[in-house]
Design a binder for this molecule. Structure first.
Ligand code: AMP
Ligand code: MG
Length: 331
């Protein structure tokens, strides 16, 4: 990750604000945050023994750092970088293979709306750089040629690329996987109550001492306004939004979630929140539904009976899946 000024300032503002992450640490809880995977990762863990909690949280952060070394486009020796630099593909770690397997499944079920092969496109747009640009049509179509879900395949840990210039980007799913693994590490350390949030990809483990986990979902256009509050336990809550990473040119908002059909920011939604059993699935589905738009997105979710969604469409209309209401509570 090129740690440039706008990105760092943005992350620090996020760290200070964290408005939609409306958790207060109670007695018997510790709260720690670090800049990782291009975002702020925050862990809250509860329990009696604070030394035990500290070492559990350290181990969880270490696990996220280890996964970033495998899954990031910005780490020179990561599986993703090696894969992108290879002509025909390469062998990857078991963890990377697991992420790619799930990503390819969502890619196929979403008709290619979710796409792990957009690395070149992402680099072209340059989000997070000092001067992001709107690429012209020819440049976009060149970046889209020879890619797509069928251009990448997996056999065990061996990944094959159809085209040498295909660049893998796991940005729509890797944080979710890392949060799941961080939660697994916390569990292994005997932590029964915890929350991990990597820039909008969260998991809420167990219950809190005095109250349940309540998550305020941010209004995509009013930073300090909570759209809805949900109450969950042992579940993931993941949001993809057009307000997370964007720039404006001539009054048009260009954000970082692309429609693979044309290489432009997807225009159907302002934000999508998914509640699911795992963060990795929630992460992939939030991105996929965002690209598909509210109607086709809700249709995709019928394939995932345990996942629920709250969608803010491009015109501000709210949509939710039939089971969403069970999680909704008064703010
Ligand atoms: P998220 O915040 O999980 O929706 O992920 C957004 C990130 O996913 C972007 O910054 C890109 O790295 C990547 N991405 C963008 N468009 C897509 C897409 N259509 N399918 C999969 N990943 C995408
Ligand atoms: Mg995602």
């Amino acid at each position: 990750m090129p740690w440039n000024r706008p990105l760092i300032i943005g992350l620090l503002v996020m760290l200070l604000a964290m408005t939609w992450w409306r958790l207060q640490s109670d007695d018997g809880e510790i709260r720690r945050s670090r800049l990782m995977m291009g975002t702020v990762v925050e862990i809250v863990a509860g329990g009696e023994d604070s030394n035990k909690l500290e070492s559990a949280v350290d181990a969880a952060f270490a696990e996220i750092a280890r996964l970033d070394m495998l899954l990031s486009r910005h780490q020179e020796k990561s599986d993703v970088t090696r894969l992108s630099q290879s002509d025909r593909g390469s062998k990857v770690a078991v963890e990377t293979a697991e992420v790619i397997t799930l990503g390819l499944d969502v890619a196929q079920r979403s008709g290619g709306a979710f796409d792990l092969t957009l690395g070149q496109l992402k680099a072209l747009w340059g989000f997070g750089l000092e001067n992001p640009t709107v690429p012209d049509r020819n440049t976009l179509s060149a970046a889209l040629s020879g890619i797509g879900p069928t251009a990448l395949s997996l056999n065990g840990q061996q990944v094959t690329k159809q085209s040498p210039h295909l660049q893998v980007d796991l940005g729509g799913i890797a944080k979710g996987y890392a949060v799941d693994r961080a939660i697994a590490v916390l569990r292994e350390h005997g932590v029964a109550s915890a929350a991990v949030n990597a820039g909008g990809d969260m998991y809420l483990l167990g219950q809190r001492p005095e109250r349940s986990w309540r998550i305020g979902i941010q209004h995509p256009r009013q930073k300090d306004t909570v759209l809805e509050t949900v109450q969950v336990s042992d579940q993931a809550v993941v949001t993809s939004g057009d307000y997370e990473r964007f720039f404006e040119r001539d009054g048009i908002r260009y954000h970082h979630i692309f429609d693979p059909q044309n290489g432009l920011p997807a225009r159907g939604c302002r934000s999508v929140t998914i509640i699911a059993d795992s963060v990795v699935l929630g992460d992939a589905l939030a991105t996929a539904v965002f690209v598909l738009g509210p109607k086709a997105g809700l249709q995709l979710l019928t394939q995932y009976p345990k996942a629920e969604a709250l969608i803010v469409a491009a015109d501000g209309t709210l949509y939710n899946s039939p089971g969403w209401a069970q999680y909704r509570v008064a703010p």
